[in-house]
Design a protein around this ligand. Structure first.
Ligand SMILES: [Zn+2]
Length: 86
């Protein structure tokens, strides 16, 4: 039975998961992953999180930002107006 070498640093695993590692670093991480289920799971997790982040909807600005900004104080005034009449 072959034991895995020391685990690569988190940054090395991150670069590998992102497809950004090159040369000897990539070869070393590839060899390590062949025998280390813990690091394979971490690389899989990093890729899964990155894929989910790419699928998130980006926040959208209101169609008319000025109208939305002006409407907010009006709602506050109306709410205080109701409280005063009670
Ligand atoms: Zn490992």
């Amino acid at each position: 039975m072959r034991f895995p070498s020391f685990h690569p640093a988190n940054g090395e695993l991150q670069r590998f998961a992102d497809g950004e590692s090159e040369g000897s670093e990539r070869e070393r991480v590839t060899r390590h992953l062949a025998s280390c289920t813990e690091c394979r799971a971490l690389v899989s997790f990093i890729r899964d999180v990155a894929a989910k982040a790419r699928n998130l909807d980006a926040p959208r600005a209101p169609a008319e930002p000025r109208a939305a900004a002006l409407a907010a104080p009006l709602r506050t005034v109306r709410r205080f107006g109701r409280i005063r009449r009670c």
